[in-house]
Design a binder for this molecule. Structure first.
Ligand SMILES: Nc1ncnc2c1ncn2[C@@H]1O[C@H](COP(=O)(O)OP(=O)(O)OP(=O)(O)O)[C@@H](O)[C@H]1O
Ligand SMILES: [Mg+2]
Length: 415
């Protein structure tokens, strides 16, 4: 795990009756996300779920780092993640607007079902927020959608607001089924997060964006059935990669990022756990996890709700906004890591030190120290001022493809 997701909250965008012209319609559209069960909306929509005004030039305090809506973290969020967010067991979801129900933590049932026990309804305020206990799927559980059954074969990974299971599903195909972890949030909020990601993935069909096959709800838990990739990019990080392989992965990554940007989407969460690789012998990059992505809706930048502090671009630190440029910065960090085998920002930095290094341009300085044309190109992606970075993924690729390491590449000769 490279860190759990942020508080992925927000309102469901208006139903997409017709996608923007540049977005291809899915050939065989999935059933659109089902409308939420008619609980009243969460009374406190997450601030920032709608794009704010264009960023002012006035610097403002950096938004809190990811995993904390209110407090800066002083340690990497990935620490103890598995312990904090076990996949098995139970969770709970708040049913805002419903009469309260006493809940009961069931034993670990193989298939898991929410348990609603003792309908202790109250009619006088103050009403405690009703809660329901949900049982997360265990290995062997069967999840059912309109398209068929998904048998949980293993647990791929788990984060604060999600868990991913390998399942055998319709037509005996293997899928990665992602569950949106309720994490004690209002039901409407969990549903909105799921619906938003489903809608986004359904519209963003691209060979380098993870493919969504199905989306369904079962027992108050929301799932997405995704193509099962071999591993995240994280698994390839360690020994420095040869330049031509870095450029090949960058090529695919940039193609996907350009596609997102052409559709006015900023991903904002391009860390190695969200860059998946399939066909490990001849890697195909698949960008995943649109949990905190946002639409620019005609603006050039917006204030993010939450950010993953290890991949925060300088403009987030200095002025609290992200833009397409911020995605390019995150790609720069990924390229640096692939090329050198180490992150441009050391793991485990105290938050204040991290802010200091990002604001002080440390990643760019390190990239320059590589001392090669590719290093200089990465340094340009990591410039502190957006105006000095590349203006688009397309432009990055134009420079990358001209490098000798790409022109003289000798990749995948045996395949
Ligand atoms: N479609 C998929 N195929 C294969 N593995 C996947 C797929 N989707 C997610 N994973 C893996 O499942 C694990 C959990 O994913 P998840 O998105 O919950 O966490 P993460 O990416 O590590 O962190 P974050 O929550 O910050 O994005 C990760 O290792 C991720 O790479
Ligand atoms: Mg992820």
């Amino acid at each position: 795990m490279t860190g759990g997701p942020p508080s992925k909250t927000g309102t469901i965008p208006p139903p997409v009756s017709a996608p923007p012209p540049s977005v291809p319609r899915p050939q065989a559209p999935l059933a659109p996300p089902t409308p939420p069960v008619p609980y009243p909306p969460h009374p406190h929509p997450h601030p920032g779920s709608n794009p704010g005004p264009p960023p002012s030039s006035q610097p403002r305090a950096a938004p809190p780092p990811r995993h904390s809506a209110t407090q800066p973290l002083t340690h990497p969020p990935s620490q103890n993640f598995a312990a904090q967010h076990p996949v098995g067991g139970v969770g709970s979801v708040t049913l805002a607007g419903m009469p309260p129900m006493q809940t009961h933590h069931p034993g670990a049932g193989a298939q898991g079902s929410p348990t609603l026990h003792g309908h202790g309804f109250h009619t006088t305020p103050p009403m405690p927020m009703p809660r329901i206990t949900v049982q997360y799927p265990q290995v062997g559980a069967v999840l059912t959608s309109a398209r068929g059954n998904y048998e949980v074969r293993s647990i791929v990974g788990s984060g604060e607001f999600g868990a991913v299971y390998e399942c055998v599903g319709p037509f005996d195909q293997v899928y990665a089924v992602k569950m949106i972890r309720p994490a004690n949030r209002p039901h409407g909020e969990v549903h909105a997060e799921w619906a938003r990601e489903v809608q986004r993935l359904m519209l963003l069909r691209h060979p380098n964006v993870v493919f969504i096959y199905d989306a369904f709800e079962q027992n108050f838990l929301y799932y997405l059935a995704l193509e099962r990739c071999d591993h995240p990019l994280t698994a390839m990080l360690g020994p420095p990669m040869q330049e031509s392989l870095v450029i090949e992965l960058a090529r695919q990554l940039l193609a996907a990022v350009q596609f997102l940007h052409d559709n006015d989407i900023v991903h904002d969460d391009l860390h190695p756990g969200n860059v998946l690789i399939s066909h490990a012998d001849r890697p195909i990059v698949k960008i995943s996890d649109f949990g905190i992505s946002h639409e620019l809706r005609g603006q050039s930048a917006i204030r993010p709700n939450v950010v993953h502090h290890k991949i925060m671009a300088p403009e987030v630190v200095a002025a609290g906004y992200t833009s397409k440029q911020s995605d390019l910065y995150q790609v720069g960090l990924l390229l640096y890591w692939m090329l050198t085998g180490s992150p441009a920002l050391a793991a485990g930095l105290p938050y204040q030190e991290l802010i200091r290094q990002v604001g002080g341009g440390e990643p760019r300085r390190r990239a320059e120290q590589i001392g090669t044309p590719l290093g200089h190109l990465i340094a340009k992606m990591l410039r502190r001022r957006e105006a000095y970075r590349y203006t688009s993924a397309r432009e990055v690729w134009a420079d990358l493809r001209a490098l000798p390491a790409w022109q003289n590449r000798d990749l995948f000769r045996d395949t």
